[in-house]
Design a binder for this molecule. Structure first.
Ligand code: PMT
Length: 218
């Protein structure tokens, strides 16, 4: 283990969706499977790192060598990240976190009555941005999932959230994004340079990302 490049490094990853409760039986969620984040966790483990995976609701199973913390909501994910972030060397935010949650989740199942029903939503904390704003922060890798004007939006996110590396994937690319076993990414560097990669398995995408991290951190 000692001759692995990430031996002695602590890495935290967020992955999967978040579920935001509407009432005890319903939630607002999204289509993230947790595959991309799980592949990253295993790749970091293979390279010798000590890995903490903060995972939203997901069917994906992970190695028992990974310290896996299962959470449901964005607030729970935020709390788990901040409980562990202070001694991390590297943090990767691949989770699809709900930007908003129901303001007043009902204590009991909402009954069907009127023809329309309105839900008031309030903003969730931005976990990546909150870590980007820390004075002592790990090497920070964010993701951006876009549907249009991809590069422009991704550059703005990299700046706003203060990432060292931002991984852009687009819903417009076939085989990329949610659920699939493949992904197609563009890396956005702090310098402003960007680098496009071919469609690959999520395992190979994770290798490319971890190799880039090793290049910049070790
Ligand atoms: O899980 P899979 O099915 O394998 O799919 C992988 C993926 C598509 C979910 C993944 O590759 C990906 O793109 N993850 C980020 C999805 C996303 O929500 O992107 P965003 O552009 O909305 O968010 C930008 C960044 O801020 C992300 O790093 C996100 O984790 C982070 N964020 C966003 C909102 C919030 N409240 N807190 C955050 O930390």
């Amino acid at each position: 283990l000692k001759n692995k490049p990430l031996y002695g490094k602590k890495c935290l990853i967020t992955a999967g969706p978040t579920y935001e409760a509407i009432d005890p039986v319903r939630f607002i969620g999204n289509h993230s499977s947790g595959k991309m984040g799980s592949e990253l966790a295993h790749q970091l483990l293979d390279q010798g790192a000590e890995v903490t995976l903060v995972m939203g609701p997901s069917q994906v199973t992970t190695s028992s060598s990974i310290n896996r913390l299962d959470v449901k909501s964005a607030q729970e994910m935020y709390d788990a990240v901040h409980e562990h972030i202070s001694d991390q060397d590297i943090a990767i935010f691949s989770a699809a976190v709900a930007d908003y949650r129901p303001a007043n989740p009902a204590d009991s199942k909402i009954k069907k009555s009127e023809d329309t029903l309105s839900l008031e939503l309030v903003k969730n904390p931005d976990i990546l941005a909150s870590v980007g704003a820390l004075q002592h922060r790990p090497f920070l890798v964010g993701f951006a999932l876009e549907t249009n004007d991809e590069l422009e939006h991704a550059f703005a996110k990299a700046k706003k959230k203060n990432t060292d590396l931002l991984i852009l994937n687009s819903m417009r690319d076939k085989g990329a994004g949610f659920g699939t076993d493949t992904n197609k990414i563009t890396m956005i560097h702090r310098s402003g340079e960007h680098q496009e990669f071919a469609l690959k398995s999520k395992a190979d995408v994770a290798k490319d990302i971890v190799n880039e991290i090793i290049k910049q951190v070790v």
